[in-house]
Design a protein around this ligand. Structure first.
Ligand code: PDD
Length: 289
């Protein structure tokens, strides 16, 4: 499975740069056996990394919350990201990074003195030109059946995958998850509505991933004198909103125009959402490295 243009990627596995065909990890790796692993996805535009510091900081927090050892290469991560982007000629796309607790005989108890596994690879993708930016996304609502520590970016992505499949069968683009009557987040993004000029999004807690894009978008919105409120909202409030959107590293700011078959306003992307996307892209490109 190469990049599609007859090009085999160079990937990084525990200190080595190897071709994707020859990259291997152990069948005893706890990432494979127990989903005992965390990850980050950093976007690349013009061959540069967006929000690298934010992703590194969240990675360290995820590791620490799980008492997982930092990989030996923790201080070389920027250089490894850049090498992979350069050697795989990534102009637009992302770098995926995963740390697992390492290799040990299968046991629920965390092994001691085991080195963590570090795997990284690139994906070339047209992340700027998504059709959904112009069209807007249609989402369905589903129960949030994930575990209770969604603030830790673990690789337990089966329920989010199921959610995307449910959305796909409903001819929609994603699912917004609902818990106790309120939206938590999208399957791989944070969720927002706008009502009477005010941006509303759920506050940070164990219930959602603390998106790096979320933090920046809220900061830029504040700097642009936009009104913000961090609080829960329901699906019916969202359908009744003026605009809705999502944020994530790979989608930046993308409009949501329909929920469970019901249009939001006139069912086209809203002006504040478009403005936020422009601001986010302008500002984050400035600090890309
Ligand atoms: N997903 N919420 C969830 C559940 C996510 O998986 C993500 C990111 C976000 C947005 O976080 P950030 O702004 O830091 O990308 C929110 C990534 C992109 C993924 O799994 O591919």
């Amino acid at each position: 499975m190469g990049l599609g243009v007859n090009m085999s990627r160079i990937v990084y596995v525990n200190g080595e740069y190897v071709s994707e065909e020859s990259a291997v990890i152990s069948v005893f790796d706890r990432g494979f056996l127990m989903a005992d692993a965390v990850y980050e996805v950093t976007s690349v535009l013009d061959g540069k990394l967006l929000e690298f510091d934010g992703h590194l900081k969240r990675l360290k927090r995820s590791l620490s919350e799980l008492d997982m050892q930092e990989p030996d290469a923790i201080n070389d991560l920027l250089e490894i990201h850049r090498t992979l982007v350069r050697d795989n000629q990534v102009d637009q796309g992302g770098v995926y990074l995963q740390v697992t607790r390492g290799v040990a005989d299968r046991d629920f108890i965390y092994p001691e003195n085991v080195k963590s596994t570090l795997v990284m690879f690139t994906q070339s993708k047209d992340i700027l030109g998504s059709k959904l930016v112009e069209k807007g996304m249609k989402v369905i609502s589903i129960d949030d059946l994930r575990w209770g520590r969604r603030d830790i970016k673990t690789v337990q992505l089966l329920y989010p995958s199921m959610g995307k499949m449910m959305a796909k069968s409903a001819k929609c683009d994603d699912a917004w998850m609902v818990e106790d009557g309120y939206v938590t987040e999208g399957t791989s993004n944070n969720a927002y509505i706008i009502k009477n000029g005010k941006i509303i999004t759920r506050a940070k807690s164990f219930a959602i991933l603390h998106g790096i894009t979320r933090t920046s978008v809220l900061r830029f919105a504040k700097e642009a004198q936009m009104e913000l409120e961090e609080r829960n909202f329901s699906i019916s409030e969202a359908i009744d909103a003026d605009e809705a959107f999502i944020t994530s590293a790979s989608s930046f700011v993308t409009p949501v125009i329909n929920i469970d078959g019901q249009n939001i306003s006139d069912g086209s992307p809203g002006p504040m959402t478009q403005r936020l996307r422009e601001i986010y892209l302008d500002e984050s490109i400035k600090t890309a490295i």
